[in-house]
Design a protein around this ligand. Structure first.
Ligand code: AN7
Length: 351
């Protein structure tokens, strides 16, 4: 079957006018991968049914494309000339791509030196005006919130409700891929809290069972866990280096209504899960994307989640190639070898 993107597929659940021109890169339809080896490692002998929703396989390499197709479609429908966002990187790359496709001007504000290389490369390649600010993501978000009050430019951060509308299709796909039921646990990283908001909205709307939501924040950037704005958030998972989430209240609602949990995981635990995903399942994600797995592992170990016979979905939000620098820094360098058969044979046989 030909796949034409999430708006085409789930139009019936989205509040678009009949005559919108859809801006799409055929996003969505990402695989839900059963991860038996990883399940056995994080919950030995528990018959945990663990699935990984590999959102890094979207057109710009992250989950943001689901919401961006919707936000850009609506922006074009409303006659916008340009769009703007603040970003830790993935929103920037996605906005840049969809704006290019729509023929719109695109401005992205990113925290200087704190955006992974693949995200910067993509945003530049798509032709966005990349503005590097000497502040955090949160500072950038304050700036774009203010500028859209003064200038006719459309904000495409996840405070734009169309971002959430498009993003919620992730829940619909998971339910469809699980043959019409929802998992017991839905695990994901939480940064600005758009994704957690959207998934919960999607499960409720689709009405085929409701999971409990498990959100993971990096311990150096965990405002929702601590209940306090973090003025200077830090984490190796730069995607979720956010101290004052825009959808904080909705995240708390999702946790409350679902009987969920929000927890902080250390950078070491994030990196340990990042390695496990790559080495036991062959799935290379950016560090932030391993936070849902790290949170699940932690909660099972603490006894707060009983894995026995349960179904859990972890959303892997972004591709590993987004952050090649961290990958290279966190692994041993390649061994150098003379270009001879003798040297190769010696290596192969343990010489
Ligand atoms: C890989 O790109 O906020 O809780 O500006 O890139 O919905 O913010 C990215 C967030 C998780 C957190 N995983 O999602 C941005 C940005 C990855 C991400 C999150 C982000 P939200």
């Amino acid at each position: 079957m030909n796949w034409n993107g999430v708006i085409h597929k789930y139009r019936h659940y989205l509040p678009f006018a009949d005559d919108v021109q859809i801006v799409t890169l055929n996003e969505g339809n990402t695989p839900l991968i059963k991860a038996d080896r990883l399940a056995e490692l994080i919950a030995p002998k528990a018959n945990l049914q663990l699935y990984l929703k590999y959102e890094g396989l979207n057109p710009t390499g992250s989950f943001k494309d689901r919401g961006m197709t919707a936000a850009m479609t609506q922006a074009v429908h409303e006659g916008a000339n340009g769009v703007i966002c603040a970003s830790t990187g993935n929103t920037a790359a996605s906005a840049a791509a969809y704006a290019a496709r729509a023929g719109l001007r695109c401005l992205v504000l990113v925290p200087e030196g704190k955006i992974a290389l693949g995200k910067l490369a993509a945003s530049l390649a798509y032709g966005a005006e990349v503005l590097s600010i000497d502040g955090s993501f949160d500072d950038g978000l304050d700036m774009v919130r203010e500028i859209v009050k003064r200038q006719p430019i459309v904000l495409v951060n996840s405070i734009n409700p169309w971002r959430i509308e498009g993003q919620k299709t992730g829940s619909f796909e998971i339910v469809d891929q699980l043959d019409g039921r929802s998992p017991d646990w839905h695990c994901l990283p939480v940064g600005n809290a758009g994704n957690i908001t959207a998934y919960w909205m999607g499960y409720k709307q689709y009405d085929k069972g409701r999971p409990r939501i498990l959100g993971g924040q990096a311990s150096g950037s965990a405002p929702i866990v601590t209940g306090k704005i973090v003025a200077h958030p830090e984490t190796i998972a730069t995607a979720i280096r956010i101290g004052n989430p825009a959808r904080w209240r909705q995240a708390l609602e999702a946790l409350d209504e679902s009987g969920g949990i929000i927890t902080a995981v250390s950078d070491d635990d994030i990196l340990a899960s990042w390695k496990l995903l790559a080495k036991t399942e062959g799935i290379f994600v950016e560090p932030a994307s391993a936070t849902g797995v790290a949170a699940l592992k932690q909660q099972i170990e603490m006894g707060a989640i009983d894995p026995n016979g349960k179904t859990a979905v972890c959303v892997l939000t972004g591709h590993g190639l987004k952050d090649p620098e961290t990958a290279v820094n966190q692994t041993a360098p390649p061994r150098t070898l003379p270009a001879t058969i003798e040297a190769l044979e010696k290596h192969l046989t343990g010489g």
